[in-house]
Design a protein around this ligand. Structure first.
Ligand SMILES: [Zn+2]
Length: 258
């Protein structure tokens, strides 16, 4: 089965569902460690590019996924999942109510998640070197930042491991390219001193100009009826639900024995 999809930036192509051989990609530990699994999966399942959108891939038939915006990559992966297993995605999460803690089984239609297209303004800023501008409300400085691509996505886990106690400033320093009136060497220091209001504002600005799929979903616990927001689980079970199914069966039989 294959289908034509249009990503949030306008990148359009034909994708196919996963084949059994793609399990090898997901099981490859070396690839997992270097964050190349998703690139490999996209590379395998993207059959042809019909419209490169804002990207310049030269004469290559397939996208250079390192250059592609995170929002597009994620959308394409969702659609690979849809091509492989259909629209519905079933998963289990623990209830957030500490007094309940029931295991909630939920199902979403992956084609119904809200998608935000890349605006014309953002497309222009991306084409002009992936440079986006904003002004910090408290500090007053003008700031230039970038949207994340596949190459960045690969680098972020290492960055987060290196500074687990200063995650926010590490991520901000990675995405902020320039700050008016602040020397490049003093950038990190400046970001550490930002008010939380400025930091929140910056993160909101990152989101505002970005494209992608909204993966926060509201669910309700069938036991205690608490409505709660969860992030769509995006792990190995997303692409290999068979393993999840085995785990669910085991969990069910052990709880019925208890
Ligand atoms: Zn509950």
């Amino acid at each position: 089965m294959s289908d034509v999809i249009t990503c949030p930036s306008g990148l359009t192509g034909r994708i196919r569902g996963m084949k059994v051989r793609e399990e090898r990609i997901l099981a490859d530990r070396k690839l997992a460690k270097h964050g190349g699994q998703m690139d490999q999966l996209l590379e395998s399942c993207w059959e042809e590019t019909l419209d490169p959108g804002p990207y310049d891939f030269g004469d290559a038939a397939k996208p250079d996924w390192g250059k592609v915006l995170q929002g597009d990559r994620f959308f394409a992966l969702l659609m690979v999942r849809v091509q492989t297993y259909g629209h519905e995605y079933a998963f289990g999460v623990g209830c957030q109510n500490g007094a309940c803690r029931a295991r909630i089984q939920w199902e979403v239609d992956l084609t119904q998640l809200p998608m935000r297209a890349l605006s014309d303004e953002s497309r222009a800023a991306f084409l002009a070197g992936n440079r986006f501008e904003t002004t910090l409300p408290d500090a007053g400085n003008r700031v230039v930042f970038k949207l994340l691509t596949g190459d960045d996505e690969r680098k972020l886990p290492a960055l987060q491991r290196a500074a687990p106690d200063r995650l926010l400033s590490a991520v901000l320093a990675y995405r902020v390219l320039e700050i008016d009136g602040v020397d490049a060497k003093a950038k990190r220091q400046f970001l550490e001193e930002l008010t939380m209001r400025d930091a929140d504002f910056l993160v909101d600005e990152f989101d505002r100009v970005d494209c992608g799929v909204d993966t926060t979903i509201e669910i309700e616990c069938p036991e205690c009826f608490l409505a709660q927001e969860v992030e769509l689980p995006f792990d190995k079970g997303f692409f290999l639900p068979g393993r999840d199914r085995t785990a669910r069966r085991r969990a069910r039989s052990s709880s019925s024995q208890a």
